[in-house]
Write a protein that binds this ligand. Structure first.
Ligand SMILES: Cc1cc2nc3c(=O)[nH]c(=O)nc-3n(C[C@H](O)[C@H](O)[C@H](O)COP(=O)(O)OP(=O)(O)OC[C@H]3O[C@@H](n4cnc5c(N)ncnc54)[C@H](O)[C@@H]3O)c2cc1C
Length: 386
């Protein structure tokens, strides 16, 4: 390399490097913040959770994962309503979504969260205890205990006893240990200011239509904002789905008037991948641990992954403390077992259903066939659990 192109490197040393400050990484940082461990948390984004790629629903049990009061809890949710062969767009215009005919209504207590506010608070708590948070820092390469990253255009080297890969669906850490999944839903979401100043709905709504291949559209109501979005199975679309703009087109087809009615001109569509390959077989290798989406913990049918991401961090936090106490990373292997105990059954059932969805979606020729198919493959129906 010529002298001109050489950039000076900065070196960091720590007990634990967390790659990714999403729910999994930021939760791990906050869970371990008071332990005295020397922890660095990095994220390639310059601002926490920007862009936001989420519809922000979590189940009620989520708050039980924390021993402090969570910030960013927004709207309480009671129910999940499922619609089949019903389009939400006209109904949104008339603000009467609650009057639409649903195919099922099930109890699903939970919350719509303000994910950005919540994660900002975790990171603030972490840094108050002396944790180091480095935004705009992208991990490029892992070799042994060393991670090379790019921070604001400069290479930095971080040496860590333990590396936590909380770097989401296209995880570098998962790729490094040969545990990356390959099947995704492409999600698109619009967080839009509410125009309806009256009663705020307490139900999340999902819409199944044949054209939303292998996925569904959602309306998740917050108190001030509502998340409108949809996810489609990439295996049922062309590979360059996101780039081709089909997703955006489909979004406007489904939600029609949302943007123009909302007067929220700042609302922006954001898109992201949802991993649906199921739990990775090998989430721990030597000193590397995978968490959340990087470990394939997102539900392959619902696409929900926040709760599991944070739960995986709780599990990992316990074993990281133990590893630090005994000065050996071999105890980290127990994390794999714990993941299997907590996640395997539900994620494997969902994975079987995901395969059924991918294989059968295109074969449902009539509305009756389509309805029957959704009832077999969606969590809100008895047939899913049989
Ligand atoms: C459109 C959409 C809607 C969704 N809605 C819901 C929902 O309502 N409820 C729910 O439970 N789940 C939902 N999910 C899934 C949920 O968002 C994920 O399961 C969850 O965010 C997983 O958390 P995570 O921390 O593992 O990964 P992520 O949230 O993906 O966080 C990973 C972080 O790592 C950073 N990163 C990635 N690579 C690097 C690198 N090389 N170096 C440094 N940093 C890096 C990223 O910038 C990111 O901040 C949705 C997903 C999408 C796409």
């Amino acid at each position: 390399m010529s002298k001109k192109t050489e950039t000076p490197r900065t070196y960091f040393k720590c007990d634990l490097l967390i790659i990714g400050a999403g729910p999994a990484g930021a939760a791990l940082a906050v869970f371990l913040s008071a332990t005295g461990l020397n922890i660095i948390l990095i994220d390639k984004k310059s601002h926490i959770e920007e862009p936001l790629r989420c519809a922000e629903y979590v189940p009620a049990v989520f708050t039980g994962l924390f021993d402090f009061k969570l910030r960013g809890i927004d709207n309480s949710i009671d129910k999940l309503q499922t619609f089949i062969n019903v389009k939400p767009c006209g109904a949104i215009k008339e603000l009467n979504l609650d009057n639409l005919h649903h195919a099922s209504e099930m109890k699903a207590p939970g919350y719509i969260i303000d994910r950005r506010e919540m994660i900002k608070d975790w990171i603030t708590r972490f840094t108050k205890y002396g944790g180091i948070y480095l935004p705009s820092t992208k991990a490029l390469k892992i070799s042994g205990r060393q991670v090379t990253a790019l921070k604001d255009g400069r290479q930095i080297i971080i040496r860590a006893q333990i590396i936590a890969g909380a770097d989401g669906p296209l995880s570098l850490a998962a790729g490094h240990i040969g545990s990356a999944g390959g099947h995704f839903l492409a999600g698109i979401n619009l967080k839009c200011k509410n125009i309806n100043t009256g009663r705020i709905s307490q139900s999340t709504k999902v819409f199944f239509l044949p054209e939303i291949r292998g996925g569904y559209a959602w309306v998740f109501p917050g108190r001030k904002f509502t998340n409108y979005g949809l996810g489609v199975d990439l295996a049922l679309f062309c590979r360059h789905f996101e780039k081709s703009g089909i997703q955006k087109h489909l979004f406007y087809q489904i939600f029609g008037q949302v943007l123009s009615d909302s007067e929220d001109k700042r609302a922006k569509l954001s898109s992201g991948l949802i991993p649906v390959s199921g739990i990775t077989i090998n989430p721990v290798q030597k000193n590397i641990i995978l968490l959340g989406d990087a470990a394939g913990l997102c539900n392959p049918v619902t696409g929900a992954g926040i709760y599991n991401a944070v739960y995986s961090s709780r599990i990992a936090a316990e074993y990281i403390k133990e590893a630090a106490a005994v000065k050996s990373t071999s105890v980290l292997q127990k994390i794999s077992k714990e993941y299997n105990v907590y996640f395997k059954d539900s994620l494997n059932r969902a994975l079987v259903k995901r395969k059924e969805i991918s294989a059968g979606w295109q074969n449902q020729k009539t509305t009756q066939q389509f309805e029957k198919f959704i009832k077999k493959t969606w969590v809100a129906f008895r047939q899913y659990w049989n």
